[in-house]
Design a binder for this molecule. Structure first.
Ligand code: BV8
Ligand code: ZN
Length: 251
C-alpha cells in the first residue's frame, strides 16, 4: 500500500462498507487506467489532438462518421487487448460473495462485465464500445470485430436496413438510458454506503449519483489519485491507484 494512504483511513473505509446493508460502487475511467486503458482527461486522453467532447457527439458522427469510427475502432482495438485489473476483480468477487453490492460504471470498456460472475449485475451508464446500434431501425448487437474506417463505404452497416451503424454509447448531449439512470438514482437514494473509484466527477448526470447518495445519508468513500468535486462530500478520500487500494477495501 502506498505511503499516502493511512491504515486508519483504510480501516474507517472498510468499516463503512462492511457495515452497510447496501453499497453502490460508482466507477470512472481511472479504475481501468491500471489495465492500460487511457483516461479521458489524463495525459493519454487526447487522440490525434481531438478531445473526447469533440468526437463523442451526434454532430461529430453526422459530420464525419468515418473519423468518429476511426477513433472508436482505435479504442476498441486497444481495449480488446486489456484485461480486468485487481480493482475490477476484487469488486466482482465482493459483489458475488455478499448481498447488496451494486456496480454502476461510466466506463464503456466492458472490463467490469468481463470480471463479473453475473454480467447482469453491472449497470453501464454510458453504453459499451463492443455494441453497435442502428440509427435507422434501432437494432443493437454485440460487436467485437475490428473496424475498417478507411472509407465511409467500409464502415459497419446494419444487416436489417443497411444504415451505417454507430457505437452503442451515450454521446455528449444525448440522454442516458432512462431505465439504467432511474435504477442508479433509486439505488443512490436508499444506499447506506457509496464507493466512488477513479472518476473526475465532471460528467453529468453520472457524477450526481454520488452526491445524491451522500445527501441521502450514505457513507461516501472515494479512491482517486487526486481530489475531485466529490472529495468534499466524502467521509474518507483515499489517494492512490485503484488496483492497489480497492482490493484492501472490499472482501
Ligand atoms: C446529457 C461515452 C441531457 C462515450 C461518455 C454543455 C454542453 C452540452 C452538454 C453539457 C454541457 N455542460 C454539461 C453538459 C452535460 C454533459 C456533461 O456532463 N459534460 C461535461 C464534459 C461537463 N453530459 C451529457 O451530455 C450527458 N447527457 O446531459 O443529456 C439530455 C437529456 C434529455 C434529452 C437530451 C439531452 C451525456 C454524458 C455522457 C458522455 N459519454 N462516455 C465515449 O466513451 O466515447 S462520458 C466519458 O466521460 C466516459 O464515459 C468517462 O467515463 C466519463 C467521465 O469521465 P471519468 O470516467 O471521470 O474519466 P476522467 O478521465 O475524466 O477521470 C479519470 C479519473 O480517474 C481522474 O480523476 C483521475 O485522477 C483518476 N485516475 C486516473 N488513474 C487512476 C485514477 N484513480 C485511481 N486509480 C488510478 N490508477
Ligand atoms: Zn438498421
Amino acid at each position: 500500500m502506498n505511503a499516502s494512504v493511512s491504515p486508519h483511513d483504510i480501516q474507517t473505509a472498510r468499516r463503512s462498507l462492511d457495515s452497510a446493508a447496501t453499497v453502490i460502487v460508482l466507477t470512472g475511467a481511472g479504475i481501468s487506467a491500471d489495465s492500460g486503458v487511457p483516461t479521458f482527461r489524463g495525459r493519454g486522453g487526447l487522440w490525434k489532438n481531438h478531445r473526447p467532447e469533440e468526437l463523442a457527439t451526434p454532430a461529430a458522427f453526422a459530420r464525419d462518421p468515418r473519423l468518429v469510427w476511426e477513433w472508436y475502432g482505435w479504442r476498441r482495438a486497444l481495449v480488446a487487448a486489456c484485461r480486468p485489473n485487481e480493482a475490477h476483480l476484487a469488486l466482482a468477487r465482493w459483489a458475488a460473495d455478499r448481498s447488496g453490492v451494486h456496480l454502476i460504471t461510466q466506463n464503456v470498456d466492458g472490463l467490469h462485465v468481463a470480471a463479473a460472475r453475473d454480467a447482469g449485475t453491472v449497470l453501464e451508464l454510458h453504453g459499451s464500445l463492443f455494441r453497435t446500434r442502428c440509427p435507422g431501425c434501432g437494432a443493437t448487437r454485440e460487436s467485437r470485430e475490428s473496424i475498417d474506417a478507411s472509407s465511409e463505404s467500409t464502415l459497419p452497416r446494419c444487416d436489417r436496413c443497411g444504415d451505417t451503424l454507430r457505437p452503442d454509447v451515450v454521446w455528449f448531449g444525448e440522454p442516458l438510458d432512462s431505465h439504467v439512470l432511474g435504477r442508479s438514482f433509486e439505488l443512490a437514494e436508499q444506499t447506506e454506503a457509496c464507493l466512488v473509484v477513479g472518476t473526475s466527477g465532471v460528467v453529468q448526470p453520472a457524477a450526481s449519483i454520488a452526491s445524491v447518495a451522500a445527501r441521502a445519508g450514505a457513507a461516501l468513500v472515494e479512491v482517486n489519485l487526486e481530489p475531485t468535486p466529490i472529495t468534499t462530500s466524502a467521509n474518507v478520500s483515499l489517494r492512490g491507484r485503484a488496483a492497489e487500494i480497492v482490493p484492501s477495501l472490499v472482501g
